[in-house]
Ligand binder design. Structure first.
Ligand code: DC
Length: 223
């Protein structure tokens, strides 16, 4: 399918564990639009670097490596250069490593065009940290989804427990706070709401309530 710079885009930004991923999938399914999980791209960069023994601070080597990545998304399957990375990119450790490579301007620049290419008819739901501020600044429906660090750690804890993984709530909260500080504090494309974003604090909301609020905003922007 072709890149369409006029296709509508809903941007959903926010910190890790805010429920952006689930919300973005629901919004995309409801609208019948494409989905961009931009966090997955930074996660792929981190995992690929680790498997090639490239230092996560080595910006030049990372940029060269990115040029050779063939990335294909098919539902929940993430294939990179013929390898299925679907599970490994989803771990908490990979999230922390992704946040480190994401602080490097060269890395962000190297995946910018790829992210923009996801804008296709009939529309795109873009999930990330800088979708509304940097990648799709012309979007007419920008959401910034927030929740307290404690609520996010608690949700993540339940998700991982349900998957049968052994996790520690205090460690999760620490990882979330560490990642927040780096994502919000970095010099390039820091995590922050766009000036024209609707900020939703989901701490006390159900996913259905959040979805309804977002759909109203999309209708306002694109009807
Ligand atoms: O959304 P996520 O947890 O999969 O993202 C993993 C990391 O990638 C996150 O800590 C920061 C980085 N990221 C980013 O800098 N910009 C984006 N648009 C998406 C993710």
């Amino acid at each position: 399918m072709q890149h369409d710079p006029l296709a509508p885009v809903v941007t959903i930004d926010g910190p890790g564990g805010s429920g952006k991923g689930t919300l973005s999938s629901l919004v995309a399914a409801k609208l019948g639009w494409h989905l961009l999980d931009s966090g997955a791209l930074y996660r792929i960069v981190a995992v690929s670097a680790q498997s090639q023994a490239i230092d996560l601070e080595d910006e030049n080597a990372l940029v060269v490596m990115i040029a050779d990545l063939q990335i294909a998304f098919a539902g929940d399957i993430v294939d990179v250069n013929g390898k299925d990375l679907s599970d490994i990119i989803r771990t908490e450790e990979t999230g922390v490593a992704a946040s480190r490579v994401a602080a490097l301007p060269g890395v962000r620049d190297a995946i910018l065009a790829l992210q923009k290419s996801f804008q296709r008819a009939p529309g795109l739901v873009a999930d990330g940290r800088d979708m509304g501020t940097v990648v799709f600044p012309h979007s007419k429906a920008k959401i910034f989804l927030d929740a307290s660090a404690e609520a996010r750690a608690d949700r993540r804890y339940k998700q991982l427990k349900n998957k049968g993984l052994s996790v520690n709530l205090r460690d999760l909260l620490e990882q979330i706070q560490e990642r927040d500080a780096r994502d919000r504090g970095r010099a390039v494309a820091p995590l922050k709401p766009a000036a024209d974003a609707l900020i939703i604090d989901s701490t006390q909301m159900t996913i259905e309530e959040v979805l309804e609020t977002v759909m109203t905003e999309v209708t306002k922007g694109y009807s």
